[in-house]
Design a protein around this ligand. Structure first.
Ligand code: FAD
Ligand code: SF4
Length: 511
């Protein structure tokens, strides 16, 4: 048998039929390689929804390539070849004996290094092609970063708007401003979110059911449930999910972007992150659909701009930050936080109603929206003082959209301030009163967000003051924390001592 010309490696988050990996692909001479690797699901203790998302989407992609008549060497879980990524790859190279390897830039630093290492060890040429999925190539972000002292998403986003022409007219932002945050971010008020069209569900087909069964078999002890698995797992479903969001939720996206409500996991969010991160859906398609909705008068500009900012701004920005600062970024711990992650993060069993709801839906669906991640689960870990590396491992394990290039800067940087200010200009800290304002959680909770000490003290409120006390010298140097530091100065010595005592008791109870 003549040996293969190219073995094209397709990773679990590279399921893009238009990928540069396939440029010049000739099924007579080339083959695709994909592998389900048990160790990838275990190196962080991945939830069942996350594992199922990857397996189901990979299997659908494999079938789509085979339907084109392309040879795909696919190793399913439990097959021969070993349980780690490098063992599987070495095994494939022994069997298939390609002349060269082709890969699109891997999304994770350590995976990119592992593949380079295999190529070196086997003496095979490795051609790494750019990832066209993103609108800002890594090289361009490097140039952007080199030209400024400090990285800020807002300036990056304006450059991206100008460069792409999205929501622009004659070189100016449409509507005369870049940012409509002042019109956005309302809470629901007493009546709650009201009746909405529920998001489009995708009942598992035979391929997905096979993936779900394999997750139950090979990852039986992992957290989370598959009972409600309904994510889009191929390009056609991802497109339908996008259309559903544009038609039914985009118009109110901005307004209720930060609002939370008990037993309402989706609200006005798009649920598109996993489809985009696995590359089932091109962000340009999403951005164009949102902009068109505004041009057609189907959604107001503040909602559309707010949504576009998340994808053209934040999503591209965090990828740039990740590649700019890896591998050292993973080790950062600017606040010297060292507590272990409380065990209830893996079960959702806690008296704190806000955490119970956010963790419950996380384990049930592999999903929580941004403010639940930032201002409930992330905020508690920050105030409690959890080691950011442990927080990162949890976030990477639990969400269906979790891939390291986007998860790590959001977790270690934006949410835990572990990078000391690269992602956020100040720590995102607040007391339980923020959660009370943005949700109905506190109404169903045994704690009182207004109290920082005493039997009904809200742990968020106690730990908020304790956080300010523990980090007072550092926070004093940050002008954006001036108001919070001024409020801290109003506490008497007795108040400070009471807060510290209560925080110690809470830590002792949870540890
Ligand atoms: P929507 O609210 O509908 O937003 C639309 C899209 O904008 C999302 O699909 C996403 O692609 C993009 N987006 C929004 N916010 C961000 C952001 N901060 N960074 C990058 N893209 C953004 N997002 C992930 O995709 N994977 C992760 O592993 C991840 N981990 C996070 C961890 C923490 C601690 C925090 C605070 C945020 C994290 N995010 C992550 C960002 C954000 O929470 C999710 O993208 C969003 O909740 C996904 O739900 P959605 O598709 O309904 O998003
Ligand atoms: Fe969460 Fe505190 Fe409100 Fe309870 S009172 S829901 S713990 S913020």
């Amino acid at each position: 048998m003549p040996s293969l010309r190219h073995l094209v490696l397709v990773l679990g988050d590279q399921l893009d039929a238009q990928s540069a990996a396939f440029d010049g692909f000739d099924p007579a001479h080339d083959a695709v390689w994909m592998a389900e690797v048990k160790h990838e699901g275990a190196k962080v203790w991945s939830t069942k929804p996350r594992l199922a998302m990857f397996l189901a989407a990979m299997r659908h992609f494999r079938d789509a390539l085979r339907a084109r008549g392309w040879p795909v060497d696919y190793r399913a879980l439990g097959g021969a070849g070993g349980e780690t990524f490098t063992a599987q790859l070495h095994d494939a190279l022994r069997r298939l004996r390609p002349q060269a390897l082709v890969l699109v830039e891997a999304g994770e630093w350590s995976v990119a290094r592992a593949i380079e290492e295999v190529a070196r060890a086997t003496g095979l040429p490795l051609e790494v092609r750019p990832d066209r999925h993103f609108l800002c190539p890594r090289e361009e972000f490097r140039r952007h970063a080199a030209s400024r002292k400090q990285l800020r998403m807002e300036f990056f986003y304006r450059e991206m708007r100008a460069r792409t022409g999205i929501l622009m007219a004659h070189g100016e932002p449409v509507g005369g401003q870049w940012n409509f945050d002042a019109d956005n971010r309302e809470s629901f008020g007493r009546d709650g979110p009201g009746l909405r069209v529920p998001p489009r569900r995708f009942a598992p087909d035979a391929v997905t059911r096979g993936a779900l069964a394999d997750v139950e078999r090979h990852f039986a002890g992992h957290p989370g449930s598959l009972a409600d698995f309904d994510w889009p797992v191929d390009a056609a479903q991802a497109r339908e999910a996008l259309e559903d969001f544009i038609a039914h939720r985009l118009a109110d996206f901005g307004r209720y972007q930060d609002a939370m409500w008990t037993h309402e996991p989706w609200l006005y969010h798009s649920r598109l992150s996993a489809a985009m991160n696995l590359k089932l859906l091109d962000p340009r398609t999403v951005l164009a659909a949102a902009e068109q909705a505004w041009r057609d008068g189907a959604a107001p500009l503040p909602a559309v701009e707010g949504f576009i900012r998340q994808i053209l701004g934040w999503r591209e920005f965090v990828r740039g930050v990740y590649w700019h600062h890896m591998p050292g970024y993973l080790e950062r711990n600017a606040l010297g936080a060292a507590q272990p992650l409380p065990a209830f993060y893996w079960t959702g069993e806690t008296e704190m109603a806000c955490l119970r709801d956010a963790l419950g839906q996380t384990l049930r669906h592999g999903y929580a929206h941004h403010i639940q991640r930032l201002m409930v689960t992330g905020l508690f870990a920050l105030l409690y003082g959890v080691d950011p590396r442990r927080v990162h491992e949890w976030y990477l394990a639990v969400y269906v959209d979790a891939v390291e290039w986007v998860e790590l800067p959001n977790t270690l940087g934006m949410s835990q301030y572990g990078d000391g200010g690269v992602m956020a200009s100040k720590p995102y800290v607040a007391s339980g009163k923020y959660i009370q304002r943005m949700s109905n959680y506190c109404a169903g909770c045994r704690f009182d967000p207004a109290q920082g000490t005493g039997p009904r003290a809200c742990p968020f409120t106690t730990l908020y003051w304790d956080f300010l006390l523990r980090h007072e010298p550092l926070l004093r140097r940050n002008p954006r924390m001036a108001m919070q530091v001024r409020n801290l100065a109003r506490l008497s010595a007795a108040d400070r001592a009471a807060i510290r005592r209560q925080a110690e008791q809470q830590r002792a109870r949870l540890s």
